[in-house]
Design a protein around this ligand. Structure first.
Ligand code: ADP
Length: 498
């Protein structure tokens, strides 16, 4: 039996490769950053060829660090930055232009006009895709390339162009153009995929004027898509898992039952809750998305994001310069017993779920003469928990399930003060796993399950171990008082920039 499973983690700023063994131990890791292109204000691009070359080189490096060959690898699983669009020539495998990244706002005007001309589209897209009609998702970015890169629309009409998100692109390259597929979770981020029928949707493609011939075949997240061309690793390796980064983190955290949720505290924060095998609709403006396709069925998730989470800690470090490093925030926050009545709302780019106010702006509220930098640092950390709690409570309202416990990962989950405050303010236990590489783990599990490296989900759950559990200790009156203050603070900054 092969010794390892290989996870390819193609993120927004770097490509990584991790080899895991059956017990979920990391055997070797390799990582390489790639170039971010900002051709105009608000535009973000990547060179898909650089991503492919970088991903291949870290995969080879991780193998060589472990002293392993292709024969030691049971399967490859891919996880990726979601929504980012690549169009390439089906014959040459060369991208027609730079990839348009999820962060890119170039299609904001187009999307606004589309909605203004046809207000009914918002509901059509929401009911079929579970998403908001927003430039964040792939659909309008594909449309932009077809309209703006000379000759591409004509070539697309003739069947000469392929579209893919990064998973799809990497599988195409790894198989030397033999396989053009994507997984359901990535497809569910395009605005073109019907999450109920599990098919590309003709009406949505017609609205966005996207020829269906460019679309990859959508498949489960755990199945054998193909195998790598022998040129790359000296022999073939099966590619048998793929899912978007947040979905993989949910899987890596083994949130397999409805109501189980995870929060990733990175630059922003992403909360996903497993809602089972039926695509529920959110009444609080959360997204409904495909978590994964596995074992012959699909599971769905609610998703809500906080735009500014760890980025607020970077703001303390880089703009206010009141800490030297992000981890220092914990030390300073615990030098004072509370925030002295002060609240920080880091709504630098508006507020996401459940407020959805693009005109909200950040503020420090409740200042009195006694508020020191320690209080402000503490209040900033607390704001990550308050914002996450707002999303969590919206999910609980939508799903009708109270969170048993919330699993956490991402850079800022190392902050013990923040985790304890999250437990207190959400009145839910917070559980931090010993391996916080949950995204890569999720990808490796999806791949390993498809080839029998792991038998079933129970086999995978055994690998998940707790590092630390944070139990709520705050009194109910205190919790209510703090939440009331937060609500008042948010109310004060909503609509600010209108
Ligand atoms: P991303 O994947 O979005 O780049 P990471 O998961 O690597 O993010 O997390 C990095 C973010 O976490 C940064 O914004 C950083 O400020 C924050 N961060 C890292 N360590 C800590 C810490 N100990 N306390 C608070 N914030 C932290």
């Amino acid at each position: 039996m092969s010794k390892y499973v290989m996870a390819l983690d193609s993120g927004t700023t770097s490509n990584r490769c991790i080899l895991f063994d059956k017990a979920g131990n990391m055997i070797s890791v390799a990582q390489k950053e790639f170039t971010q292109h900002f051709p105009q204000p608000g535009w973000v691009e990547h060179d898909a060829s650089e991503i492919w070359q970088g991903q291949l080189s870290v995969a080879r490096e991780a193998l060589s660090k472990a002293g392993a060959t292709y024969e030691d690898v049971a399967a490859i699983g891919i996880t990726n930055q979601r929504e980012t669009v690549v169009l390439w020539d089906r014959a040459t495998g060369l991208p027609v232009c730079h990839a348009i990244v999820w962060q890119c706002r170039r299609t904001a005007d187009f999307t606004e006009k589309l909605k203004a001309g046809h207000p009914e589209y918002v509901e059509i897209f929401r009911s079929k895709t579970g998403l908001k009609l927003d430039p964040y998702f792939s659909g309008t970015k594909i449309r932009w390339m077809l309209d703006n890169v000379p000759g591409v629309r004509e070539r697309a009409e003739k069947g000469e162009i392929c579209f893919g998100t990064i998973d799809s692109w990497l599988i195409y390259k790894l198989t030397k153009g033999r396989v053009h597929v994507t997984d359901y979770s990535n497809a569910s981020r395009t605005l073109l995929f019907n999450i109920k029928t599990l098919k590309w949707d003709e009406e949505l493609c017609r609205i966005l004027d996207i020829p269906m011939s460019i679309l990859p075949e959508a498949k489960p997240s755990s199945c054998i898509y193909g195998q790598t061309d022998s040129e790359f690793f000296g022999g073939p390796i099966k590619i048998s898992g793929a899912a978007g980064d947040q979905q993989c983190a949910l899987f890596g955290q083994t949130c397999f039952k409805p109501g189980e949720a995870k929060n990733t505290y990175g630059t922003g924060a992403f909360l996903l809750m497993n809602i089972g095998t039926e695509p529920k609709e959110s009444k609080n403006d959360l997204l409904t998305t495909i978590a994964w396709g596995l074992d012959g069925h699909v599971e769905y998730a609610f998703e809500g994001s906080v735009f500014v989470a760890g980025a607020a800690i970077q703001w303390l470090r880089d703009e206010l310069r009141i800490i030297d490093s992000s981890p220092d925030s914990e030390y300073f926050a615990t030098k004072v017993p509370d925030t002295n009545g002060c609240y920080v709302v880091p709504a630098f780019t508006g507020l996401g779920a459940p407020y959805w106010d693009p005109y909200a702006r950040g503020a420090i509220l409740g200042l009195t003469r006694g508020v020191s930098k320690y209080h402000i640092i503490r209040a900033t950390l607390e704001s990550l928990a308050f914002q996450s709690n707002d999303v969590l409570k919206a999910m609980e309202r939508d799903s009708g399930v109270k969170t048993g416990s919330l699993k956490v990962d991402g850079g800022a989950c190392k902050n013990n003060f923040l985790m304890q405050f999250q437990a207190d303010i959400s009145d839910a236990p917070i559980v931090r796993p010993s391996c916080v590489e949950t995204t890569a783990m999720g990808a490796s599990y999806l791949a390993g399950l498809a080839v029998g490296y792991w038998e079933d989900k129970d086999d995978v759950i055994k690998n998940w171990a707790v590092d630390r559990k944070f139990i709520p200790v705050m009194s109910e009156p205190e919790r209510r008082k703090q939440l009331k203050g937060w609500e008042q603070a948010v109310a004060a900054i909503c609509g600010w920039a209108k």
